[in-house]
Write a new protein. Sequence first.
Length: 167
Amino acid sequence: MRAINFANERRSWASVILFTLGLWLGGSLVVSLIVMPTLYVAGMMAESGFTSVGYSLFWVLNRTELLCASVVLTGVLVLAQNSIIHDGRRAIALATLLLTIPLLYTYILTPEMIALGAQLDLFSDRLSISPTMDWLHGGYWSMEILKFGLGLWLFRQIDQARTLPSS
């Protein structure tokens, strides 16, 4: 009877993790590859009010990423605790790194980018982007690539654990 519960638990938590990773990584792809370039091409990022709009947009996106990363880490901890994942330590490390990325976005990167983008002098015409902003964008894209790589690696590991035969 206990083996049946573990098999169901494995499938349930693995499905939650896979769904959350798919939603999270898919949403990030849409935002990074479609929404942000569209806003840039449309000229909205050059508007004076984009900083406040960007703050509101990224506030929601960052908190959603934190929620997804927390669900993934919780699921991985449950599966690792019950020895359902073959390499539980690696999965926990991957999930923890995945949680670290939105934490860095939320509490370091986004506030810095918003502060640099804020137009404090209403009479200046700022059309150029500061070198610091370029560096922050580079950091953002590096973390996005890292997030996709780690997320896909964890996805594969959880999918393998989900499809293992019950013992």
